[in-house]
Design a protein around this ligand. Structure first.
Ligand code: FUB
Length: 323
């Protein structure tokens, strides 16, 4: 069984990228706290980010220390959740992170560094038009960068219209009922300077046999942990199904979808959450980065990042992994 990449701190939600021949991982930094566990995820009360890197699979993993802290971001109150990082056309590194602002609403911020490991300097305000959680960046072959995001329940996605207008504190945790479509993850192209969205936010559609996945289909509907990677010219959108604890994926012909449901990547791990990223090519192999709670013996908010190789079958389907 794969081992945690680091054991001196708890890490989760790994977003991994290859920059200049090295793997850099941008995880959440879990910590112990006294919060009562609830469906809003108050127990996930993180205050900073560390960046990890490795040059060889199975080799030494470097913890580059604190890359940015909540106290340095003027708009953040608490809960620095799953981040990601992209390299801009200017060669600088842009860290995207969700956090609760002082009004209790999750927004997405960006911070900039000259090096992939930081330190990252935050923009003073959250990105305009951003909402909900779990930003994941994807830079297409033509250099266009996209930000995928969204999360149900504590991630507040259910409080918004498709384009991000309206905040309704009283929205139920998620839609439900016969014939009701699932809420989709969101995407927006990023501006060339990587600091803001370059267009209105769009809702993505995940289909099953060509029809939108239903809200009640909790084994297939999007919950959180958006990720995009490309394989053999196709766009693979992967995500967590939340309360059914699966990593699932769907395939499309455009970064905007639609994406046809294609299966499960990873069966439930120990712990409530599951969250991942995929590096399509590191030294010719594809890797899944994910987390579980083995190290903390099952404490949901004390997670550890792991990695393992994954493979495709001849139809381009990802071969399912068991924890
Ligand atoms: O780490 C806090 C939250 O837990 C993330 O934002 C979700 O994806 C889930 O992993």
């Amino acid at each position: 069984m794969p081992k945690p990449l680091v054991t001196h701190l708890y890490t989760a939600d790994p977003s991994a990228h290859v920059f200049d021949g090295k793997i850099y991982i941008y995880p959440s930094h879990d910590r112990e706290n006294d919060h009562v566990f609830n469906d809003k995820g108050d127990q996930y009360d993180m205050v900073d980010y560390h960046v990890l890197s490795l040059s060889e699979v199975g080799g030494e993993v470097t913890d580059h220390g604190v890359a940015i802290s909540a106290k340095d971001v003027p708009w953040v109150d608490k809960q620095m959740w799953a981040p990601d990082c992209a390299r801009g056309k200017d060669g600088r590194y842009y860290l995207y992170f969700p956090a609760r602002a002082r009004d209790g609403i999750f927004r997405i911020g960006v911070a900039v560094a000259d090096r992939p490991e930081g330190p990252f300097k935050p923009e003073p305000e959250a990105m305009k038009g951003s909402f909900s959680i779990d930003p994941a960046t994807f830079v297409d072959d033509d250099g266009t960068a996209y930000c995928y995001f969204g999360g149900l329940w504590g991630g507040q996605l259910q409080c918004y219209n498709s384009d991000g207008t309206e905040y309704n504190h009283d929205a139920p945790e998620e839609p439900s009922g016969k014939g009701v479509k699932a809420l989709g993850p969101r995407v927006a192209r990023l501006r060339d300077d990587m600091l803001e969205f370059d267009e209105g936010v769009r809702e993505l559609v995940i289909t099953l046999h060509g029809e939108a996945v239903q809200a009640d289909d909790h084994e297939k509907r999007f919950f959180e942990a958006a990720w995009m990677h490309k394989h053999a010219g196709k766009y693979y959108f992967s995500y967590s199904t939340g309360d059914t604890h699966l990593l699932a994926y769907a395939i499309g012909d455009s970064p905007y979808g639609p994406f046809e449901y294609a299966g499960t990547i990873l069966e439930p791990v120990l712990g409530w959450t599951t969250h991942h990223s995929i590096v399509e090519d590191f030294k010719g192999k594809t890797y899944l980065f994910y987390h579980d709670c083995e190290l903390s013996k099952g404490v949901d908010h004390l997670r550890s990042v792991k990695m393992r190789e994954i493979k495709y079958d001849e139809d381009g389907k990802i071969i399912k992994q068991k924890p």
